[in-house]
Write a protein that binds this ligand. Structure first.
Ligand code: DAT
Length: 175
């Protein structure tokens, strides 16, 4: 089935601004926000809660089954701190959000993460883990890295994604 609207995977280390970007994009475009975190919780796509990391142990097969039908229709901003699980055929653009260490530290400190989880997320950001995962999993030309350090960058990113969406619609005869 041909999609009439594209799917965008919005990824990045926790705290880089995925929810913030997805909410704004959902307000300003016909795209809808698909929070994988919510799906995992609400549809029970997990094998329990990891107390040490304070996060769900995701059952990826269950998760993909739970979202496949709706995602294949198109028009979703898929918000998740991983990206390699989504089939290439589902995805038109992968946006990797980035933030500097100090900014990220401040944002994550407010979340009361255990120290080791906070440190692991900072390490992941410093080591470009999500960017690498995106580049390893999808064609180079659909992966975009965007800085999300402040409100100006947020606004510029959203405008850029809106422009990309308009172009996608033209290219796919959806003017
Ligand atoms: P994520 O969904 O990636 O975990 P978030 O959207 O919840 O991140 O953002 C974490 C916090 O940082 C939240 O208080 C909003 C703020 N934030 C994120 N990106 C920002 C930006 N570009 N400018 C200003 N604040 C931002």
């Amino acid at each position: 089935m041909k999609r009439t609207l594209p799917n965008i995977v919005l990824t990045g280390t926790p705290g880089t601004g995925k929810t913030t970007h997805a909410s704004l994009l959902a307000e300003r475009t016909p795209l809808r926000h698909l929070s994988i975190n919510d799906v995992v919780k609400d549809k029970g796509c997990h094998e329990g809660f990891d107390e040490e990391y304070q996060s769900w142990i995701v059952d990826e097969d269950k998760l993909l089954d739970a979202i496949e039908e709706q995602v294949k229709e198109g028009g979703w901003i898929i918000d998740w701190h991983a990206c390699d699980l989504f089939p290439k055929s589902w995805v038109d653009l992968v946006v990797v959000l980035r933030a500097g260490t100090e900014v990220l530290f401040d944002r994550l400190s407010k979340r009361n993460y255990p120290d080791h989880k906070l440190q692991e997320n900072l390490d992941s950001e410093i080591m470009d883990v999500l960017l690498q995962e995106a580049r390893d999993s999808y064609d180079e030309e659909i992966v975009v890295e965007l800085q999300s350090g402040d409100a100006d960058e947020l606004e510029a990113n959203v405008e850029r994604i809106e422009a990309w969406l308009e172009q996608w619609k033209k290219d796919n005869n959806q003017t």
